[in-house]
Each structure stands twice: as C-alpha cells, then as structure tokens.
Design a protein around this ligand. Sequence first.
Ligand SMILES: [Zn+2]
Length: 160
Amino acid sequence: MSDQVSDIRTCGRPTKSGKPCRVRLYGFDVACGVHATEHDRELAQAYGRGHNEGLRLGKEKWSGEQRIEWLEQRVKELEALLDEASRVYEVDGDQVVEVGKYAYRWRGSMPLEVGDRVLLPENWLSRMKDGPGAYQDVVTKLGSTYRGEMSRILSRVSKQ
Ligand SMILES: [Zn+2]
C-alpha cells in the first residue's frame, strides 16, 4: 500500500465522451469527487481505517495472528466498556465492593478502598480452607457487576 503514495493514480471511470476520467486520485480515494459513489467513499474510508490499524501495528498487511490479536484487543476494550456501564457501586445505600471473585456490601462510616483489609463472614469455601468463623481478606475492586444476593462485610480491619 505504501507504493500507492508515489504511484500516480487516476479515476478511470467512464466519462460522457467515453474516455476514462483522468482526474488524479489521492490517498485511499477509489474515484474522483465527481465520479465517486457513496459506496466508493465508504470503501476509501474503510481502506483508510484498515491502513491506520496496520500502521498502528507497524505492519502494512495483517497476518491471521495479527487480526486475531486485534480482535481480541477490541473484545477486551468492549468488555471493559460493558463492565463499566453495568458496574454498580451502591445497593440500597450500601457500598458494593469485590473481594476476589465475590461481591459484598458494606455499611460503614468510611467507604472502603481497594487494598483495605476486611473481615468477612464465613462461607463454605472459607470453612473448608480456614475452618469455621469470620476470616480476613482484601478489597480488590470497587463496585460489582454481580446482581444477586451479597453478604455484608463485618468490619474493616485496616486501611490500605
Ligand atoms: Zn472521475
């Protein structure tokens, strides 16, 4: 595609006289301003986008792996947007935080922050791992996308 910059391209679409249009094309233009259809313009834009993405990766042409890498990156970006859009930071006046994979509610004088050590009610996993009773863990994220029942954090053990 980089050769295109030095090559002189012309529109080439048929004119009224029957000869191909001699108007010079620039960039990703497919046809000149007079002869370009809506589709031609969309095509030129799509080429431009693809080219810019290619430049971003430092490659003119994409390999299958690069396409997959780019798509995976896009999916991650969209997932992050979706997560942010559906993340809830409060339920009925309680702050919502995540401790590892699980969401908890907190009603305390001071809101929790990531890294705060908290006391959690025992659950089946903690009972299995550490025996019966409350246990300590660390707040990993503010808000949650979880919508079901949440246990309450018993107390803050220490600030992060
Ligand atoms: Zn033309």
